[in-house]
Write a protein that binds this ligand. Structure first.
Ligand code: ADP
Length: 206
């Protein structure tokens, strides 16, 4: 049972997934709230009956999974619909991620939460430490444009809905600098991995 949980966060395109992969390579259990959200809304996903009941068949694709494009359009135009969707998904994501962290067979677990800072105390209370993957906003924009084909304006629009770089840095116990080359990430993650193993060992003694 893993009691020591490190929250891993960062803005879109900061390199959270890249950092999470390195933690996993070093042997940490990585629990990803985005992946859980995806599972919940896949065909036969645990959230789908409630989503169908709340939003009707128009929200459900032919295969029974969430029609992501339709839902994106709906929640973009309608804040109440977004809250309804969140009210369905968030408790399931919280419960699912807590279960997986608790069941992790490793000394510590990394809980990857893209919007950890935005969620306020909710996730902060559940993690022993917050690690933020950080880079300049211009770097985020360039990476997301290269990955997604979104325009510069669209990426800035998404970033405007997320916490500011300053707010994220202020919430961090540990900052992973990912403004440089990808190769620069590994030694930082290795350092943190060693530190988290040490902290986890201490937390078991107390
Ligand atoms: P996030 O999960 O925070 O959105 P990703 O880890 O998916 O970010 O990284 C965003 C994109 O940028 C990916 O295509 C990834 O391969 C690339 N990337 C991440 N870190 C670097 C880096 N240091 N240098 C160059 N490209 C990077």
């Amino acid at each position: 049972m893993t009691a020591f949980v490190v929250g891993l966060t960062g803005g879109i395109g900061s390199g959270k997934s890249a950092a999470a992969e390195l933690f996993a390579e070093l042997g940490a259990a990585v629990v990803d709230t985005d992946a859980i959200a995806h599972e919940l809304t896949a065909a036969q996903g645990a959230a789908m009956p409630a989503i169908r009941a709340a939003f009707g068949a128009a929200a459900v694709a032919a295969d029974g999974s969430l029609d992501r494009a339709a839902m994106r359009k709906l929640v973009f135009a309608d804040a109440a619909a977004r809250h309804r969707l969140e009210a369905i998904l968030h408790p399931l994501i919280r419960a699912g991620s807590a279960d997986r962290c608790a069941a992790a067979p490793t000394p510590y677990a990394v809980l990857a939460v893209p919007l950890l800072v935005e969620a306020g105390g909710d996730y902060r209370r559940r993690v022993a430490r917050v690690a933020v993957v950080d880079c300049r906003e211009e770097t985020q924009v360039a990476r997301v444009m290269a990955r997604s084909g979104l325009t510069r304006a669209q990426v800035w629009e998404i970033m405007a809905t997320q916490a500011s770089r300053a707010a994220r840095r202020a919430a961090a116990d540990d900052i992973i600098d990912n403004d440089g080359e990808l190769a620069g990430l590994r030694p930082q993650v290795e350092d943190l991995h060693r530190r988290y193993l040490g902290l986890a060992a201490l937390s078991y003694q107390s």
